[in-house]
Design a protein around this ligand. Structure first.
Ligand SMILES: [Zn+2]
Length: 576
């Protein structure tokens, strides 16, 4: 990690400025507040502390620094966010420590991206040549205009077994590289050949607009009808969406995305003016895909076919979107019709009618369940649905809605699922200046009490350590975080924290810490609780040892332990 560059970027760029490009912020008592771009909400709980360069959402616990914000909102990896922000800040990045593995991987990725760029040119050129006649006729029949062919970079592959292979080799790549890049296939005998033959080619791009994979639809006849690139170092199934690169600006502007299933559906929607459309790529919708979309918008509208497969997919997808805290609408087309055919026959006006009447995602789920599922299955679904909620705030939001949709009382639903709903691991955030009670048994909660104090008053970290806080922390989560405090105290700790630690840390930093007399009182209380815990621990060890000695009939040891136990009586006034 290029620490110097990270610090320089943080010095030069203002988190508030960056956030404001995506979120409308208002000043509220020394901080900035706005509607969270990472979950759907009506009242602002997204908070930015410009002085500390931190953001925290009290609704979904999204949190972090300028790098976290920039990479999450743009669906970028840290490395790419660093590069882009460095360019913006005018900070020069020095190459990191030499890791031969990483250098090799990154140069391989670079090569694969170049190969895909070349292959895309090859497929696109072929579409204009005599070999591309069948593909051109197919596109014409489906009403795809040349502007769309251009903007989606459509192409085709010939029936030849070694067309692309020869082209790659003539450009200096080996057939083995072609296989590793997912462009060529290899049979058992080791012969290499083109993966995509006789197909209409749809390039799949990442958010930087680079081609990372291809989808191919058979033109004349054959199996499989659709073929996608397999996983490679630059493409992983279930992480990308077709057309998102082309649709991202429009999605960000309208705060809405239309999500459909097929390549042709996406292209048709764009042609008819719905430029905020993208497609799932032949797999069930994944949390990664929803996360990527939710960086740009707060609502996803599903446009699925009305057959039973389409209905099932719509049900699964809306469940996935809602549990990720994103708002969802559903359009189910009449049976026998797909987006493309609907647009071709009824035009944008015809489609708009369906869009205006899109059903609420949760209503759609509950109605679909009630129509075709048994009460038992419906309850199972609801239980799974609430359990999968990405955090407790969203669950609280949906619980009454699910209850009323099922016609049961909220209390009833809650009691059915109490075992499940109790397992929330979302950190509890303290209200300002309100002392959290130290509950007996809630171990992690207790750890959080001490850790919160340390986050807000780092000047006490060393003394807390000397007072033996490590012995008092009971959860693995807590001890791990404490070790990080010790190792990185006084420095920017953010890069060393995982997501849950980051959320906790940023949440604590957003609160107003104790000061003056309150702080003194709180500090005394913290020290006292630590001392008391250590005392109790010591007593417990002695009692255990005493019991073992009694069981072994060792009366000398029994007497010795009894004496120590009797001498060590807790005296409140002596401990601080
Ligand atoms: Zn949020």
């Amino acid at each position: 990690m290029d620490r110097a560059a990270i610090d320089a970027i943080k010095d030069r760029l203002d988190l508030v400025d960056i956030v404001r490009r995506y979120v409308e912020l208002k000043p509220v008592s020394g901080r900035w507040k706005g509607l969270c771009p990472f979950h759907q909400e009506k009242t602002a709980s997204f908070t930015v502390n410009g002085d500390e360069g931190l953001y925290y959402c009290f609704g979904c616990q999204a949190s972090g620094d300028i790098f976290d914000f920039y990479s999450n909102i743009n669906g970028l990896e840290f490395k790419d966010a660093l590069e882009q922000l460095a360019a913006e800040a005018g900070v020069e990045l020095t190459p990191g420590k030499v890791d031969p593995g990483a250098a090799k991987r990154s140069s391989e990725k670079k090569k694969f991206l170049e190969m895909h760029e070349k292959a895309a040119e090859y497929f696109s050129r072929l579409l204009k040549l005599p070999e591309g006649r069948a593909a051109r006729e197919y596109l014409k029949k489906r009403g795809v205009e040349s502007a769309a062919i251009e903007s989606f970079g459509l192409g085709c592959s010939s029936e030849e077994w070694q067309g692309l292979e020869k082209f790659l080799v003539s450009n200096g790549y080996s057939p083995e590289e072609g296989v590793r890049a997912g462009l060529l296939s290899q049979n058992a005998k080791g012969h290499t050949y083109d993966r995509f033959r006789g197909r209409l080619i749809f390039p799949i791009k990442n958010l930087s607009g680079r081609v990372i994979a291809f989808g191919g639809r058979i033109i004349i006849e054959g199996e499989p009808k659709y073929l996608n690139s397999s996983d490679t170092p630059i493409y992983k199934k279930g992480e990308h969406l077709y057309g998102l690169s082309q649709a991202r600006t429009s999605i960000a502007r309208t705060k809405q995305a239309l999500l459909t299933e097929g390549y042709m559906d996406v292209i048709s929607l764009h042609q008819f003016g719905y430029t905020n459309s993208c497609g799932v790529l032949g797999t069930a919708l994944t949390p990664e895909q929803v996360k990527r979309l939710s960086g740009f918008c707060s609502k996803v509208i599903l446009v699925f076919d009305g057959d039973s497969a389409g209905l099932k997919a719509a049900l699964r997808s809306s469940e996935m979107i809602l549990t990720q805290g994103v708002s969802c609408g559903v359009i189910v087309l009449p049976d026998g019709e797909d987006v493309d055919s609907l647009l071709q026959t009824r035009g944008a006006e015809g489609f708009q009618v369906f869009l205006d009447e899109a059903r609420d995602g949760l209503d759609f789920c509950l109605a679909t369940l009630k129509e075709g599922y048994s009460p038992r299955e419906i309850m199972d679904w609801s239980q799974g649905f609430l359990k999968k909620m990405s955090n407790a705030a969203i669950r609280t939001f949906y619980l009454p809605k699910v209850a009323s949709g099922l016609g049961v009382s909220e209390a009833e639903l809650r009691s059915t699922f109490s075992g499940v709903l109790g397992q929330s691991s979302t950190p509890v955030v303290r209200k300002r200046m309100q002392r959290a009670p130290l509950s007996v048994g809630g171990q992690e909660k207790d750890d959080k009490y001490f850790l919160r104090y340390a986050v807000q008053h780092p000047e006490h970290i060393v003394e807390l350590s000397e007072r033996g806080i490590m012995q008092v922390l009971t959860s693995q989560w807590g001890t791990k975080l404490w070790s990080k405090f010790m190792a990185h105290s006084g420095k920017d700790i953010m890069p060393y924290l995982d997501d849950s630690e980051k959320a906790f840390w940023a949440g604590c930093r957003m609160e107003d810490p104790f000061s003056g007399e309150d702080l003194e009182e709180e500090w005394r209380h913290v020290c006292k609780v630590i001392a008391r815990r250590r005392y109790d621990l010591g007593r417990k060890q002695l009692t255990d040892a005493l019991r073992r000695a009694q069981a072994e009939g060792d009366s000398d040891r029994v007497n010795a332990y009894l004496k120590v136990l009797n001498d060590s009586v807790w005296r409140d006034d002596e401990q601080h």
